[in-house]
Design a protein around this ligand. Structure first.
Ligand SMILES: *[C@@H]1O[C@H](CO)[C@@H](O)[C@H](O)[C@H]1NC(C)=O
Ligand SMILES: *[C@@H]1O[C@H](CO)[C@@H](O)[C@H](O)[C@H]1NC(C)=O
Ligand SMILES: *[C@@H]1O[C@H](CO)[C@@H](O)[C@H](O)[C@H]1NC(C)=O
Ligand SMILES: *[C@@H]1O[C@H](CO)[C@@H](O)[C@H](O)[C@H]1NC(C)=O
Ligand SMILES: *[C@@H]1O[C@H](CO)[C@@H](O)[C@H](O)[C@H]1NC(C)=O
Ligand SMILES: *[C@@H]1O[C@H](CO)[C@@H](O)[C@H](O)[C@H]1NC(C)=O
Ligand SMILES: *[C@@H]1O[C@H](CO)[C@@H](O)[C@H](O)[C@H]1NC(C)=O
Ligand SMILES: *[C@@H]1O[C@H](CO)[C@@H](O)[C@H](O)[C@H]1NC(C)=O
Ligand SMILES: *[C@@H]1O[C@H](CO)[C@@H](O)[C@H](O)[C@H]1NC(C)=O
Ligand SMILES: *[C@@H]1O[C@H](CO)[C@@H](O)[C@H](O)[C@H]1NC(C)=O
Ligand SMILES: *[C@@H]1O[C@H](CO)[C@@H](O)[C@H](O)[C@H]1NC(C)=O
Length: 484
């Protein structure tokens, strides 16, 4: 098993990747109870010609799986670590050594780390100002650590910013500024990025907008040609992407950085857990977005200059993402949690369908449902308990399982809990109301999932890193010899 995975990785290294859509990548988050094993995810990326990923941490299993894949990688420092990197150059040095340098030895061809993201949307309004005081110091210390490691020409320091960093002027239709309280930090950040030639990373969140803004038609978000245009800053907009992007351009220009490169760090459309979160709309949105990016038209303010890079949110569904901002948060994936494509879109693989993850190993074909022969007067309370720990987002209004009737919705909750707890018998008890079955209770629109098998032997240490390195060295030497 291990040998096969590693040999395939070696093989990947030797394939010269065909040219694909410039600058489109995916966010790869791992907040899942049963994540698809990293080597399978890397195969999924390769088989769909996806050549850029943005991570939310620097997980060693993930970085090892990306070794030799030729996929460009953004590693990230969580917000919780910003404080220590602001106060300690030493901490920054060891983070860079352990999470960047280690993977990039061998002339930088080992794991292609291109960016270190310092924090993840640290300016998000809901965080208050807790990260503001540490951000610039942390970014500077990481930059200095990269320089000491002689990696600063290959690896750029960036800070992914949330779209709520910006506000429209109260007074005009053309004025944009940073949120009050953010001005000083943002100017410092832009000065820092400018000095080091780093782009501005920003989230563009069209899906969140219609929930808040009335009177904008869904078509405006879906790149429909027939839409009623909106005017902003003396320009006319036919889709929300251009409008959001030029909002960012306007704010950067007003701050004195009119030519700063922009990377769209997160953009996507969820498929479940809310009204208008569906695979159909997500497909329309993604096709519209990718056609627009491929057209190279740019936006009214940056004509023929599309974003430097764009990272789709997200590669896979994650059943442990926070649902503070909505139940759709666990359904951003272009692929389901187990790597099955939800719709058709060209991420780099061309006109053919997306390739699904192969040889996914699942838990047994067993589900936990409610026992209809029992007195179910307390079942709803048990289901709510289950949902507090498991993932019931598909049951929410607009979700794929919203209209299944009682007590099927109780079964859905029981099953989610049971699967998340590795199908342990005691996790299908529910005071005697649970029943384990081998008959799939899924309905046409509502899937009762079985989780992925994630035994330690399967998901961890598939590949021993130093061993891979020496194998790589041997292979390269053999190749050199062979060419002579
Ligand atoms: C950030 O680090 C600098 C340099 O060590 C220190 O002077 C400053 O007080 C730190 N900021 C905070 C808010 O701790
Ligand atoms: C990265 O480096 C730090 C400091 O050496 C270490 O504590 C941490 O576990 C490493 N891994 C990740 C994923 O941050
Ligand atoms: C609002 O607009 C008026 C006229 O365009 C201008 O004189 C005024 O300074 C603006 N106020 C603010 C707060 O931008
Ligand atoms: C933000 O900072 C810039 C530069 O320091 C300044 O010109 C501008 O007036 C500030 N804007 C606000 C709203 O404070
Ligand atoms: C979903 O889209 C419809 C239009 O198709 C709109 O009327 C409705 O308000 C949207 N719902 C949400 C929650 O955005
Ligand atoms: C909403 O849009 C319609 C056109 O579709 C327009 O007539 C109406 O004035 C708008 N309402 C508001 C409050 O902007
Ligand atoms: C938007 O601008 C165009 C051209 O500048 C103008 O013809 C149109 O009437 C404007 N639309 C609105 C709703 O202001
Ligand atoms: C179910 O249990 C409740 C008490 O929890 C009781 O009131 C009800 O009569 C029982 N129903 C049946 C059909 O036994
Ligand atoms: C329902 O729960 C209550 C309180 O825990 C308990 O007294 C009652 O016996 C339960 N009913 C059934 C049918 O289990
Ligand atoms: C549930 O909703 C889907 C899609 O809206 C619909 O096709 C299906 O028939 C509904 N099922 C039931 C049982 O109402
Ligand atoms: C299941 O459906 C019933 C009836 O519609 C509802 O009262 C209950 O809250 C639902 N339970 C869950 C877990 O969605």
């Amino acid at each position: 098993m291990a040998t096969i995975s590693c040999s395939l990785m070696m093989f990947n290294l030797l394939i010269i990747t065909s040219t694909v859509a410039q600058g489109v990548g995916v966010n790869w988050g791992t907040l899942a109870s049963h994540p698809l094993p990293p080597p399978k995810v890397v195969k999924l990326l390769k088989s769909n010609n996806i050549n850029k990923v943005k991570l939310f941490d620097a997980n060693s299993d993930v970085l090892q799986a990306l070794f030799g894949s030729n996929i460009a990688v953004t590693v990230a420092i969580p917000n919780s670590m910003l404080k220590s990197f602001n106060s300690s150059k030493k901490a920054a040095d060891s983070w860079v050594h352990d999470n960047v340098t280690r993977y990039m030895s061998n002339g930088g061809s080992a794991t292609r780390i291109e960016y270190v993201a310092v924090g993840d949307e640290p300016f998000l309004k809901s965080y208050g100002e807790q990260f503001h005081p540490f951000l610039i110091g942390a970014a500077m210390n990481i930059q200095a650590a990269l320089k000491r490691a002689k990696l600063d020409s290959k690896v750029k320091v960036v800070v992914p910013c949330s779209f709520d960093s910006f506000e429209l002027g109260t007074n005009s239709t053309s004025e944009v500024h940073f949120r009050p309280g953010l001005n000083k930090t943002m100017i410092e950040l832009l000065t820092f990025l400018d000095k080091h030639g780093s782009p501005f990373f920003v989230t563009i969140a069209p899906f969140l907008t219609p929930l808040q803004t009335k009177n904008i038609s869904l078509d405006f978000f879906l790149f429909k040609e027939t839409v009623r245009p909106h005017n902003f800053s003396h320009k006319t907009y036919k889709n929300s992407f251009d409008l959001s992007y030029d909002t960012v351009v306007t704010a950067l220009s007003a701050a004195g950085f009119p030519n700063m490169d922009i990377v769209v760090a997160k953009i996507g459309w969820p498929t479940d857990g809310a009204a208008n979160a569906s695979s159909n709309l997500a497909e329309t949105f993604m096709k519209g977005l990718l056609n627009h990016l491929h057209s190279n038209l740019g936006t009214p303010l940056r004509s023929h200059k599309p974003p430097l890079e764009t990272y789709i949110l997200s590669l896979l569904d994650e059943d442990q993402r926070s649902i503070a901002s909505g139940n759709f948060e666990r359904h951003w994936g272009v692929f389901t949690f187990d790597g099955q494509a939800k719709y058709r879109v060209d991420l780099g693989q061309g006109p053919k369908s997306l390739v699904n993850a192969q040889n996914v190993e699942y838990l047994s074909s067993k589900w936990c449902v409610v026992n209809n022969n029992k007195n179910l007067s307390n079942a709803t309370a048990s289901a709510l308990d289950a949902c507090a720990n498991a993932d019931c987002t598909a049951l929410s209004p607009g979700g794929s399982c919203f209209n299944i009737s009682w007590p099927s919705n109780i079964s859905y909750a029981f099953n989610s809990y049971y699967q998340q707890h590795d199908q342990r018998v005691e996790s299908c008890d529910f005071s005697g109301l649970g029943l384990i079955t081998t008959v799939d209770p899924s309905m046409e629109h509502c899937r009762f999932p079985i989780e992925i098998r994630t035994s330690h032997a399967d998901s961890h240490r598939v590949c021993n890193f130093p061993w891979t390195m020496s194998l790589l060295a041997t292979t390269l030497l053999a190749l050199v010899g062979w060419h002579r």
